[in-house]
Ligand binder design. Structure first.
Ligand SMILES: [Zn+2]
Length: 76
């Protein structure tokens, strides 16, 4: 029996995942959207960052994001 919610494993190496928060960067058109304090999981073995699909969808809806957004115009 697996408890997916509490005991996820890294899909790359099978290592243990540890909850963390990251700054997610997304380029759209000529802007970079930085969302801070995004809940994510980092693999303690290989360092791969995993973000829940649910969280990614929230980031995608930047107009109603629960996270702090900074938009920066790319110069050049
Ligand atoms: Zn890993």
């Amino acid at each position: 029996m697996t408890t997916k919610a509490n005991n996820q494993r890294c899909a790359v190496c099978g290592g243990e995942l540890q909850a963390t928060t990251i700054t997610h960067e997304e380029k759209r058109d000529s802007h970079i959207y930085l969302s801070q304090n995004v809940p994510a999981k980092v693999c303690t073995a290989c360092g791969e960052i995993w973000i829940d699909e649910e969280v990614l969808q929230q980031i995608d809806n930047s107009e109603s994001t629960p996270y702090a957004y900074n938009s920066c115009k790319i110069s050049g």
